[in-house]
Design a protein around this ligand. Structure first.
Ligand code: HAM
Length: 431
C-alpha cells in the first residue's frame, strides 16, 4: 500500500522543535526548574495517558472533555485518554501514593487536545506547571501565583497582566448559581445557542462565552464575588493582601471562570498584552479543594497552574526577549594531518569534554577548509589545530577565533592553556 502523501510529516496541530529554536525551550525549562527548586517544589512525572475516569473529573460539560479528548481503548478494552492537562494526573498520583502534605511538585509535559489548530493553539502543546496538595492557607495561593509571575519576569516578559477571581466553595456557590441561572433564563433570547444549552447545567460556562451578545448579557449578570461566604471572602482578601505585600500587580476579574470544572475559590490567569486576545493566555490556574476527594482520596485542598510554553515563546517574540541562543563551543578540534593522529584527536576531545569544557570536531576526514568552516558554524571560541609542523614539535596550534591570533602550545599543556584562557569567558554550549 502506498503511504499517504503526508504520512511522513507531523500530524495536524503538532510541531517538531529543532535546534537552535529548541535552545529557547531548554532555557525556559531550566529557568522554571531552577525557580521551582528554589521555592521547594520537586519534579513529578506521570504517564502520558490515564484511565479516562481521571479526566472525567475535569467536568463532563467542559470542552476539554466533551470535544477535545484523544480517547482510545487498550487491547484489554480499558478506556484511556492522552493527558489533556496536568492537574488531574498529579492529583491522581497524590491519591495513589499518599505523600506527606504539603506536597509541592512541578512538571513539564506534553498535553493533547483535539482543537482546531491555529497560531498559539495546537493539538499537542507543552506546559510547565506546579501543584501543591494539602494546604488551604491563602499564603500558599500567593506563593503559587508569585512562582509563575516571577518566572515570566525572569525570562524578560513585562507586557502581561495577572487577573484573579474567587469561585467560592460548596457553601456559597450553589446560591450564586441559582441567582445566575435565573438572571440568564430571563435573558436566554440574547444568548448564543451554546450558552443557552449550558445555562441550566453549567451557568458558569456562560460567563466564559466570548460571543458579543453573551458578553453583553454577562457583563450585567450577578457577580460571584458579591455572593461569597465569609470564609471565601476572607480567603480572597488575604490572597489580594499577600500579592500586594510582595508587589505582584493584579486585577480582579469577576467573570474569570476558566475552562475546567474542578476550580474552587482562587482562580487566576496571566494574559499577554503583546498577543491577540483569542490566544493571549500565557498560563492560568487556581484552587481545586475537592478534586482529591473526588478521586477517592482524603480531603486535601490543592492549588496550581499551567503555563503554555508555545504561547510564552510567541509572547517572547512579540516582546523581543529570549532570543534564539547563538551557537557556542569552547573549543573545536581540527585535524590537518589525517588518520595517523585520529587517536590523539579523540583523546583530546574526550579530555576537553570530561573536564567540563564544551568541545566538538568534524568527522569523515573533511578538508581543513571544511573543518574550519564547521568550527565557525559551531561558534568555536578556540580552534585546536593538529598540524604536521606543530606535531613534529610535540605541539598543537591554538587559534583565538575572536582575535584571529594563533599560538603554538605544547601538546601536554593544551588542556591547562585552554582552561586558563577560558577561565572567565567559558560558558555552557548553547546548542
Ligand atoms: P489551561 O488554562 O487549560 O489550564 O491551560 C494552561 C495553559 O496552557 C494556557 O494558559 C495556555 O497557555 C496553554 N494551552 C492550553 N491549551 C493550549 C493549546 N491547545 N495550544 C497551546 N497552548 C495551550 C490547565 O490546563 C490547568 N491544568 C492549569 C492548572 C494547574 N490549574 C490548576 N493547576
Amino acid at each position: 500500500m502506498q503511504p499517504a502523501p503526508d504520512a511522513f510529516r507531523t500530524p495536524k496541530g503538532t510541531n517538531d522543535v529543532l535546534p537552535p529554536e529548541s535552545g529557547r525551550w531548554a532555557a525556559l525549562i531550566a529557568a522554571f526548574a531552577s525557580r521551582a527548586g528554589r521555592f521547594g517544589y520537586g519534579l513529578v512525572m506521570t504517564p502520558a495517558y490515564e484511565h479516562i475516569e481521571v479526566f472525567h473529573r475535569l467536568g463532563e460539560g467542559t470542552d476539554v472533555v466533551r470535544k477535545e479528548m484523544f480517547e482510545f481503548e487498550d487491547k484489554g478494552g480499558r478506556k484511556l485518554a492522552l493527558r489533556p492537562e496536568g492537574t488531574a494526573p498529579v492529583v491522581r498520583a497524590y491519591v495513589q501514593h499518599r505523600p506527606t502534605a504539603p506536597w509541592k511538585v512541578w512538571y513539564l509535559s506534553p498535553h493533547f487536545r483535539h482543537e482546531n489548530p491555529q497560531a498559539g493553539r495546537y493539538r499537542q502543546h507543552h506546559q510547565l506547571g506546579a501543584e501543591v496538595l494539602g494546604v488551604d492557607d491563602p499564603a500558599l495561593d500567593v506563593e503559587v501565583i508569585s512562582l509563575a509571575h516571577g518566572f515570566f519576569r525572569s525570562i524578560g516578559l513585562s507586557r502581561f497582566r495577572l487577573a484573579i477571581n474567587s469561585l467560592g466553595d460548596a457553601q456559597c456557590r450553589p446560591g450564586y448559581l441559582d441567582a445566575l441561572r435565573s438572571y440568564l433564563r430571563a435573558h436566554a433570547g440574547e444568548l448564543c445557542e451554546d450558552s443557552r444549552s449550558r445555562l441550566e447545567a453549567n451557568p458558569l460556562r456562560v460567563l466564559d462565552c466570548k460571543v458579543p451578545g453573551c458578553v453583553e448579557v454577562t457583563e450585567r449578570a450577578p457577580q460571584l464575588l458579591e455572593h461569597l461566604c465569609a470564609d471565601c471572602k476572607s480567603h480572597f482578601e488575604a490572597v489580594q493582601a499577600g500579592l500586594d505585600a510582595i508587589g505582584v500587580e493584579h486585577e480582579i476579574a469577576p467573570r474569570l471562570v476558566r475552562g475546567l470544572d474542578y476550580y474552587t475559590r482562587t482562580t487566576f490567569e496571566f494574559a499577554s498584552e503583546a498577543l491577540e486576545s483569542a490566544q493571549n493566555a500565557l498560563g492560568g490556574g487556581g484552587r481545586y479543594d475537592k478534586l482529591a476527594e473526588d478521586m477517592g482520596g482524603p480531603p486535601s485542598p490543592g492549588i496550581g497552574f499551567g503555563i503554555g510554553i508555545e504561547r510564552v515563546l510567541i509572547a517572547c517574540d512579540a516582546e523581543n526577549v529570549l532570543p534564539t541562543p547563538v551557537p557556542y563551543v569552547d573549543a573545536y578540534v581540527v585535524d590537518a594531518v589525517g588518520p595517523e593522529v585520529g587517536a590523539e584527536v579523540a583523546a583530546l576531545l574526550a579530555e576537553l569534554r570530561e573536564t567540563g569544557l564544551s568541545a566538538d570536531r568534524a568527522y569523515g576526514g573533511r578538508s581543513l577548509r571544511a573543518q574550519t568552516k564547521s568550527a565557525d558554524r559551531a561558534g568555536a571560541r578556540y580552534v585546536v589545530l593538529f598540524g604536521r609542523a606543530e606535531m613534529e614539535k610535540g605541539a598543537v596550534a591554538v587559534r583565538d577565533m575572536e582575535s584571529g591570533e594563533q599560538v603554538e602550545v605544547p601538546r601536554s599543556r593544551v588542556m591547562a592553556w585552554l582552561h586558563e584562557h577560558l577561565g572567565k569567558t567559558h560558558r555552557d554550549g548553547a546548542r
